[in-house]
Design a protein around this ligand. Structure first.
Ligand code: AHR
Length: 569
């Protein structure tokens, strides 16, 4: 049996969807199986028998393979909701090396910096047009006292949540605002509802936003910023059901109303337009505890009076499979690859569940569902402080990010903001640093490739995704979204979850006179391939060959890949 013979045989087996490589692998599997069954040293004649057995096995399996065919069609004349650019938001907590070393090195550092903020990190973040940064936590925010982080003399405190280390407070309000200004992002402040008071939070907002010459405004000017700051988003608490004070939904609700009323934004530019949006604590899962939380807050919202309001409900959901986080972030195999991706796809059901409750009390969708903590949470890197949540970032994380961003885009009418956890050196980070060294992660590249989807208009598509199966894990083989950017250009993202097989795409295009297509793809040699300081380009985007022929977009997706293409008319 020669290779051309096998190729011809394959092509007559109505398995046009089966790639030649897949066919060879399938043949090999059946050959090995038949060989094992006979369990003998094989003569040449016997080999013919084995080949026949293997081919019979392939014929029997062919319908299964045929079911894996991926079909995609897009009608560009149909449009949906705007994909709010805020779904590409970031989260920076005082945790491990997230802020200190990751952003802040201090003005006296030998690492190139502007007023203490790393220049390399700023340049990288500017390139992905970060819309907003949630700060200072997380659980850290639940016991953060802002006065410790202003002025010439900073109060040195502790960080009991994250390793019990010293918190120098050298990165405080001024530094955060300076950092936002350097990268061009909006402020998303999370105020202390746990150990703080409404008065403390109200004074922080007055300090930040008033243009009047109050004592706090003068203090702000003395500390280097006479003009009022803009605070776009205010998080009223963080995980108030857990590290934020273990409150009942009703107790939180009464606190939230007080904060919503008294923690005012005085910035003159934010009174009529560009008003600060207030985000209440929402659910952290899908069980009755969480549906009760959403129900309590949203039911109250429906009855809300002039004295309080919210514009968003936060939701936290990590891809962890089970607590405590035990999956390795590097050095894993196909099983862990599949398990993590299966787990991450649960985000869709979670959003549906809480959106359905929100729809009951807010059918006009005035309150956004804000997924302000999401991402993969794995075991701490060996040798690292377990309280620092340090992990590597692989092509699996790139695919995880793409799947979640696609889920958010499909729910764009309700999910209008999201913040991946966390921006630098912590959990599913964009960037890893080690002293003067910096490396961009596969997740960073996904955020970069998705730039055209910021504020684009969702275009619904029809997808027969096929299946990828490994052991008892079955996943869609492909995931995809389409959108029109602000100039009207059509963009597609297509993820191939299958880590072994390429996928041939022949997408039907309607509602558009397509002429050509171009794009980029992100893939890697292994399921756990990562970028390191020594090998920073193992997982980096490269051009993909895509074309338009007969009204169809034609391209081949590499195994375990994220691909973004634009269609030119
Ligand atoms: O992102 C790490 C932690 O996870 C945050 O501080 C907390 O809000 C969540 O539990």
């Amino acid at each position: 049996m020669t290779t051309p013979d096998l190729k011809r045989l394959l092509s007559t087996m109505q398995a046009s969807e089966v790639s030649f490589a897949a066919g060879c692998r399938l043949f090999g599997r059946h050959f090995a199986l038949a060989s094992r069954l006979l369990n003998r040293r094989t003569s040449l004649a016997m080999r013919d028998v084995l080949v026949s057995l293997a081919l019979i096995g392939m014929v029997l399996t062919a319908p299964v393979m045929a079911a894996e065919k991926v079909e995609l069609s897009i009608d560009a004349s149909k449009t949906g909701a705007k994909i709010d650019r805020n779904i590409f938001g970031q989260f920076a907590e005082h945790l491990g090396h997230g802020v200190y070393d990751g952003i802040w090195v201090g003005p006296d550092s030998t690492i190139p910096n502007t007023r203490g903020i790393r220049n390399d990190v700023v340049a990288a973040l500017k390139s992905i047009q970060v819309p907003n940064v949630r700060w200072p936590g997380g659980c850290f925010a639940d016991e953060y006292h802002w006065r410790n982080g202003i002025g010439a003399q900073r109060t040195v405190t502790l960080n009991p949540n994250w390793g019990g280390v010293i918190e120098p407070n050298t990165f405080g309000t001024y530094e955060y605002m300076d950092f936002l200004n350097q990268i061009g992002a909006d402020a998303y402040l999370s105020v202390n509802v746990g150990s703080g008071t409404p008065q403390e939070a109200a004074e922080w907002m007055e300090y930040l936003t008033t243009a009047q010459p109050t004592t706090l405004a003068k203090e702000r000017a003395t500390n280097g910023h006479p003009a009022p700051y803009k605070v776009a988003y205010l998080g009223i608490g963080n995980e108030s059901w857990d590290c934020g004070g273990n409150m009942t939904p009703d107790y939180y609700l009464s606190q939230m109303k007080i904060y919503s009323h008294f923690v005012r934004n005085f910035n003159p530019a934010q009174q009529d337009r560009q008003q600060m949006l207030k985000i209440a604590v929402g659910p952290g899962g899908d069980g009755p505890r969480w549906t009760e939380w959403t129900e309590t807050v949203m039911k109250a919202y429906q009855q809300h009076t002039w004295s309080w309001d919210i514009n968003g409900l936060s939701m936290h959901s990590y891809t962890v499979v089970k607590w405590p986080p035990s999956y390795a972030s590097v050095g894993f195999g196909e099983t862990e690859y599949g398990q993590i991706l299966k787990s991450t796809l649960e985000m869709d059901g979670l959003i549906r569940k809480h959106s359905a409750i929100m729809d009951q009390y807010d059918p006009d969708k005035k309150v956004a569902l804000v997924v302000d903590e999401w991402g993969g949470w794995y075991a701490p890197l060996p040798g690292s402080n377990p309280g620092f949540l340090a992990q590597q970032n692989s092509i699996r994380d790139a695919i995880l990010a793409a799947l979640n961003l696609n889920i958010f885009a499909r729910h764009a009418d309700r999910v209008r903001m999201a913040n991946i956890a966390q921006m630098i050196n912590v959990l599913q980070a964009m960037i890893l640093t080690d002293k003067e060294k910096m490396v961009l992660t596969p997740t960073y590249y996904v955020f970069k490739m998705y730039l055209p989807f910021q504020d684009a208009t969702f275009v619904p598509l029809t997808l027969n995704a096929g299946q990828y199966t490994h052991g008892n894990i079955t996943l869609p083989r492909v995931d995809a979204i389409a959108a029109k950017d602000t100039t009207g250009k059509l963009w597609l993202e297509i993820t191939n979850l299958d880590p072994n097989e390429p996928v041939d795409i022949e997408a039907s295009l309607a509602g558009i006179t397509a002429k050509s297509a171009a794009g980029e793809t992100l893939t890697a040699p292994e399921v756990d391939s990562v970028n390191t300081f020594d090998a920073p380009n193992v997982v980096a985007p490269k051009p993909v060959s895509a074309r338009v022929q007969g009204g169809k977009l034609i391209l081949k997706l590499e195994p375990k890949s994220v691909t973004v293409v634009s269609v030119e008319q």
